[in-house]
Design a protein around this ligand. Structure first.
Ligand code: AMP
Length: 209
């Protein structure tokens, strides 16, 4: 099954995608993670993307589309995939529908207030990208990942000013995808305001329906 997780930054797409990926045994493909890896490894793509990411802006379509098309060609995507953070523009959505079948689009929803609060408490593992929340998904040892002992950090773009910018970008460039996928009869809305396990159950049910 090929699934897209849609929703504003901080709504929990990464956490839910990672749980779904384990359950469905299909890869979790997060364009944000892929871009951050490119930045960390100082690739050409990383150098081009960094400026946009630091400002909370979208990386130009042509760069992201090329990257995701290459990723989807890999063998592990044959039995399905979960896309997290892609598509984010109508142009990207058109491109993905040319490259792969989309079976379901889960639209995770939460208020701006919840999102800003969540992002300020989010920490990410610098090695395996696992996502923690200082209240709900706490690491056993403060500052370190339970899974790989990597150090945890706060993403530069999770700081309050950049979060506001990212929410505006989402509203303007990504929200139109809700209607786009509604019109294709692929969209299911899921309340993303609860605890991660509760949201995961709702998503699981929505996918099975
Ligand atoms: P995320 O981890 O999904 O919040 O993404 C972090 C940042 O990476 C975004 O704010 C964008 O700058 C960039 N990014 C991730 N996915 C995309 C995409 N599909 N299109 C454009 N930029 C993206």
């Amino acid at each position: 099954m090929n699934i897209i997780l849609l929703g504003p930054p901080g709504v929990g797409k990464g956490t839910i995608a990672s749980k779904l990926s384990k359950k469905m045994k299909v890869p979790h493909i997060a364009t944000g993670d892929m871009l951050r890896e490119n930045v960390a490894q100082k690739t050409d793509l990383g150098a081009k993307a960094k400026n946009y990411m630091d400002k909370g802006l979208l990386v130009p379509d042509e760069l992201v589309i090329e990257m995701i098309k290459e990723r989807l060609k890999r063998k592990d995507c044959k039995k399905g995939f979960i896309l997290d953070g892609f598509p984010r523009t109508i142009n990207q959505a058109d491109e993905i529908s040319n490259a792969a079948r989309v079976d379901k689009v889960v639209n995770l929803q939460a208020s701006d207030g919840i999102i800003v609060k969540r992002l300020s408490r989010r920490r990410v593992c610098s090695q395996c990208s696992f996502i923690y929340h200082l209240d709900f998904i706490k690491p056993n040892r403060e500052g370190f990942c339970d899974k790989c002992s990597g150090t945890l950090y706060q993403r530069e773009d999770d700081k309050p000013e950049t979060v506001k910018k990212r929410l505006k970008v989402y509203e303007k460039q990504t929200e139109p995808l809700i209607k786009y996928y509604q019109d294709k009869d692929l969209l299911v809305d899921v309340d993303g305001s609860g605890l991660p396990e509760e949201v995961f159950e709702l998503v699981d049910e929505a996918i099975a329906a």
